[in-house]
Design a protein around this ligand. Structure first.
Ligand SMILES: Cc1cc2nc3c(=O)[nH]c(=O)nc-3n(C[C@H](O)[C@H](O)[C@H](O)COP(=O)(O)OP(=O)(O)OC[C@H]3O[C@@H](n4cnc5c(N)ncnc54)[C@H](O)[C@@H]3O)c2cc1C
Length: 359
């Protein structure tokens, strides 16, 4: 396994459950994650529950929240039901999920994790592991995957044209921030916020920018962009320490890969299908990849056949996700005033129809 991100660690757990000995190679000197909030949708949550990870993240029931899409002045364009906790994602802190995966790994025999090991090419792997060549190499080495680039002979990461600022409040925020969530779409700028299971609130802001452009003061940048938008947005910014605001340019893969399997090498997670985060499902897709890979390895006598079956199952679904997420990003980041007005009217109309149907 190359990479100890959410995808690699989940795959290590899932494969060990079906009897595999797994060596995880991670270039970082220590296991860990920074980051902010992460939405875990029901299918991925069920996989984490089956692997014994979900119980480490949540105890008890989750409160339902009023979610939907708003305008910067606070007017709702569309609302989704406040009663749908089972159908809505569980919001966790990325670092907590990573810690929970590592903790669960520690209870399993047959998984070895080696940090500070950078894999520079597939041939490296024969030397790195004293036990000799692996039966399967799982490349879970993220959006800038070394192994994908070696197999596909190209580095095809695309900048989507907007950057994302992310933060988590220092403490739980009472009032609207604890009972509402969703997104607010403006003109070339979006905000999202949602309470995490630990009570704090995760928020993000996206803005159209040239790649790499930053003033260095992310908190001041987001305050200038959305500090006067509807509550609880100003309150969330005020209760987030400036040093805790992260920024990263949003990227995905320019072209879909033709295959995820290459003999006994297989791509998983962002290495296979890095997506823009507009649907909040990249990590969920990596978790589902892990479960499907383990199930196919358990269900096939020949490893190559298992990897072909994994590719056939996961490639179409994940590539649809990448396309849909890209489209949402295009709509959300529109910066032409009249087009924004048409977009918002369309969303409000669809929201009203959906509301009538759900009644
Ligand atoms: C702003 C933003 C918000 C997001 N929000 C959500 C969300 O709410 N819900 C959701 O499901 N997804 C979300 N995602 C997507 C999610 O973060 C990714 O899809 C997920 O982290 C991918 O996991 P991974 O394990 O495939 O890759 P990574 O997390 O990138 O892990 C790859 C690992 O491989 C290691 N590595 C890399 N190269 C090598 C090498 N050569 N040798 C050894 N080790 C190596 C890296 O150090 C890293 O530990 C978001 C993404 C962004 C950018």
């Amino acid at each position: 396994m190359v990479g100890a991100g959410i995808g690699g660690l989940t795959a290590a757990l899932a494969m060990s459950r079906v009897g595999w000995q797994v060596s995880v190679l991670e270039r970082a000197p220590e296991l860990g994650e920074v980051g902010a909030g992460l939405s875990i949708w029901p299918r991925a949550w069920k996989i984490l529950a089956d692997l014994g990870v979900a119980d480490r993240l949540v105890d008890g029931t989750r409160p339902a929240i009023q979610a939907g899409l708003r305008r910067p002045d606070g007017r709702w364009l569309a609302k989704v039901g406040a009663d749908a906790a089972e159908r809505t994602p569980v919001m966790v802190h990325r670092a907590r999920l990573h810690e929970a995966l590592v903790a669960e790994l520690g209870t399993r025999d047959g998984i070895e994790v080696r940090t500070g090991v950078t894999v520079t090419c597939l041939a490296d792997l024969d030397d790195i592991d004293a036990r000799g060549p692996a039966d399967v190499v799982v490349a879970a080495d993220g959006i800038r995957s070394t192994i994908r680039n070696e197999l596909h002979q190209r580095d095809d990461v695309r900048y989507a044209g907007y950057t994302a600022y992310r933060g988590v409040t220092a403490e739980p925020v009472p009032g609207e921030a604890s009972t509402t969530g969703g997104e607010t779409w403006g003109t070339g700028v979006r905000v999202g916020h949602v309470p995490l299971v630990d009570g704090r609130t995760y928020w993000f802001v996206t803005a159209n920018r040239p790649a790499g452009e930053t003033s260095g003061d992310h908190h001041a940048d987001v305050t200038a962009l959305v500090g006067d938008w509807h509550e609880p947005i100003p309150q969330l910014l005020a209760t987030t320490p400036p040093s805790a605001v992260l920024r990263g340019d949003i990227c995905d893969l320019r072209l879909p890969l033709r295959r995820f399997d290459h003999g006994r090498v297989v791509l998983l997670g962002d290495a296979a299908h890095a997506t823009t985060p507009n649907l909040g499902q990249g990590a969920c897709a990596a978790i589902e990849d892990a479960a499907v890979l383990a199930a196919q390895l358990a269900g096939h006598a020949r490893i190559e056949s298992a990897l072909v079956a994994y590719d056939r199952t996961r490639r179409p679904a994940t590539q649809r996700l990448v396309r849909a997420s890209r489209l949402v990003g295009v709509l959300g980041q529109v910066e032409n005033g009249p087009v924004v007005a048409v977009r918002d009217a369309g969303i409000a109309g669809l929201g009203a129809i959906a509301g009538l149907l759900s009644r």
